[in-house]
Design a protein around this ligand. Sequence first.
Ligand code: ATP
Ligand code: MG
Length: 268
Amino acid sequence: MPLVKDKHEIHRIRTYVNGLDEHLQGGIPANHITLMCGAAGTMKSSVTFNVLFHEAVNGNNGLYLSLEQSADSLITHMINMDYDFSRIDLIVVRELSELSAKIQAQDKTKGSLFVVDVGCIRKEIRDMQTDNNKSWLNVMKNVIKKIKTEANMKLFVLDSLSALYVLTRLENPRIELFMIFEFLRDMKLTSFLISEMPLDGSKFSEYEIEDFLSDGIIVIRLTPFRRQVVREISIVKMRTTACNNDIFSLEFKNGQFYALYGGQNPLL
Ligand SMILES: Nc1ncnc2c1ncn2[C@@H]1O[C@H](COP(=O)(O)OP(=O)(O)OP(=O)(O)O)[C@@H](O)[C@H]1O
Ligand SMILES: [Mg+2]
């Protein structure tokens, strides 16, 4: 982050969760790396995709790298959530060999959202015939670097860190994770790393080092309330930000996310 003279100069990226940005001095500082943590089905993918979508509407390009879900499955989910993809330049990359051509063909009148999925990277690794432990990480870094330098990418989502660990065995997590975070910082990207949390909420990330390396941690939980289950969101930490760490209920209605005190059920 460049040194600023005044706190108002800190550029912030909205979470596009209505009611949450107000508790974050307007949003997440640009170039921060934020862990988006939650158990299965908590809407981690949806909330981060929502940021990339709205940023693309504002002309800022992003990359959603899915090691978890195919691009088609992800986009079908988003269509069901009523996103109007005519507002952005949605670029689905199905073969990495097509990436250069897709960047060339970018519709410069709109912000671009690149979606690259696991199958795409798997094909590339097979083609390289170097299916060793580190190829996933290298292919991933090359995709990020290329879209950053050639397509002016500002935002990045990795879905998910947990899937990356399955695909790339980290022999020395402390050093290797430090290097991954350093790489993202050098790229000057506002990044969201999705982290699957155990159901008991006992930790935010696999090695717990990620908690310290990241600039921010946002947690989404499904909390039973009598016979209903409420989705809740809270900011555990956000560097350079006076934030409210309270727990809000998270709702999605009419195409928008809302963080509410109370919400569907009173928070007792
Ligand atoms: N309008 C909607 N359209 C589709 N799904 C919705 C909608 N509203 C809420 N959902 C819920 O969103 C959840 C899935 O969201 P999402 O895929 O973002 O979660 P996730 O935390 O990324 O899940 P996973 O752990 O499977 O990756 C589903 O449980 C679904 O019920
Ligand atoms: Mg997901």
